[in-house]
Design a protein around this ligand. Sequence first.
Ligand code: ADP
Length: 693
Amino acid sequence: MSPKPGHRTIVAIRIVENRNGKPGKNVVYHFPMRNPLSPPTGSARRLRWLLALPKLGIVLLLAAMLSLLWLLQHNEAEEERTALIKDVLWLEQNLRFHLNGNEEQLQQLAVDLASQPEPAATFRTRAAHMLKTRPEIAQLLWLDAQRQAIDEMPSGSLPEHGIESPIPPIAEKYFEVASRLGKPVYSDPYFASSGRAHMALLAPVISERRLTGMLVVIYPLDALLANLVPWWFTEKYRVAIVDDNDVQFATKTNIEGSTSQTYQIPLEPPGYGLKLKVSSYPSPGNYLQRLLTVAIIVLGAGVFWSLWVVRDLMKKRSQAEEALRAEHAFRTAMEDSLTVGMRARDLEGRITYVNPAFCKITGFSSEELVGRTPPMPYWIPEQLEETYAIHRTVLAGNAPPDGFEITFRRKNGERFQALIYEARLIDGNGHHTGWMASVLDITERKAAEELARLQQEQLQFTARLVTMGEMASTLAHELNQPLAAIASYNTGCLNLLERPDCRPADIQPALQKLGVQAQRAGRIIRRVHDFVRKSEPKRAPCALGDVIEDCLGFVEADARKNQVRIECTIPQLPPIPADRLMLEQVLLNLIRNGMEAMATTPAKARLLRIDIELGASELRISVTDQGCGISPDIRDKLFAAFFTTKPEGMGVGLSICRSIIEFHRGRLWADDNLRSPTGSGTIFTFTLPLEAA
Ligand code: ADP
């Protein structure tokens, strides 16, 4: 399978299948994994869209709300301005009405002063009345034509500008204007020494077309505002009298703070560029609106921020999901590819999980197994008790760590050998939740091992036959001796019987000797028979001394023929658990190899020694020769099957010896005989445990 673009591939997995750790199958799997650089998948693109939509919605909502607020504010400002203009117009009208009224009254007084018989009293009465009803007037003066004060109200309080001139200097020039025009005239506004701004109204007193006097009304501008602007007006507005240069002469308000809108209107009379400047204060509604705007913006930002956080979270979550999916796919692929059966059980022994390999091995489906409690369908019915016992051992946590073998049956009834390793199942929180078993079908391996064992046995048997064949001529020679003796004893007996004086007592010794020889021949034949007998290997207590003696009996003739001396002292030995026949085969092989190695050794030095050492836990048997020795280049191959340096050799002897000794849980090795007088020789040593394992 070739990797697709935008994906990267893993993983090479080695699955070790057998318990010896011998290499199993190497399997390479390609798993699709998301590459961070690859273009986003469909779901990621959809997620991005889904996240963008609420953001767009919120932006639009914010824009709509802000526009609405702006519109409201705009309308309100418009309304405010309209109300301001209306109020200002009303105020201006009110002021004009008042001032015109004052002007008319003053004019009437001037006419009355010219025509009444007692002008002084008239002035007093009317001026007092005017001052009382018109609080905006601070002072009322009556001057003669020479600008000298005739009377003033309030009486005794001359104007602040000084006693030399009863009218303010700025009003002086308007004296002329008023007398010339013959009608009331307003002066420019001016600041008195107290800092207060004032304004004067001058009305000429004309009698018979001649100026006889002048009436002057002094208005302090702040008093004008204080008395003519109603209280409710100053609750909403700040009213000021300013000139063209925005110099402020008087002001009235009840509220502190900044103003929002301003409207100016000329103040007439008196004119001269005087203006009424009215500024409105922002209404409390305005503050609320602003607060609302700020709140909307803050809330919008908050929503945006939370969306951002959610987007980040969702991104991370989608990445985690993607990784989880890949991980899951990887695990599933790995699980499906395993050839080792996996089975999980809870603490009560109920199956909670089986992998496909386990199902394949047993033939049962996952649905048939998961949730089952013992006895399991794959248990052998006739071995229920034993299997229950193993089951209980596992649940008690005493399963052998090296695994155990058990026979199970498949769904079709077929039996199979399983090798099971049990381990604790620990969950993510570190709690022991059950048992996990890996199950190997070792039926084939077992069959192969059995076959190998049988072949090894066959080989051993063949080797014994070969040994026998090789020894056949010497055995025949050996057998010949007792047979020849029997024949001669027999002839002797017959000859004796032919004699007339023959007595049974004469024949008896010969017959006894004949019997001994016959037994000897019988022993030789039995030994041969025993040696080549085919039997199952079995370990039983046996006396090593007897085994060695038997072997020596076998090789005695060969040794004589080859002029080899065999030295052997057998100490007192306990019986050891061994297969007698197998030990005989080992000893015979080592002795014969030693004798053959000494073929070129001078006849005098042909000595073979068998030593037995009794240790605390094992016996150590060594066969020492003074033969040709083993050259270093063949030392490593010595125990390999079919290795031989002899033209007639089979090369299986030492290999069989080693497997026999290992079967007895002992060791076999070769050393150089360093003490040999010939300078060469070999010592083959093997050990045998005293106790059965
Ligand atoms: P075979 O005797 O049929 O050759 P073995 O497995 O018994 O088979 O021996 C393998 C080889 O080991 C022999 O061919 C020989 O070269 C060497 N060998 C065995 N025993 C001795 C010994 N005592 N001294 C020297 N060489 C030996």
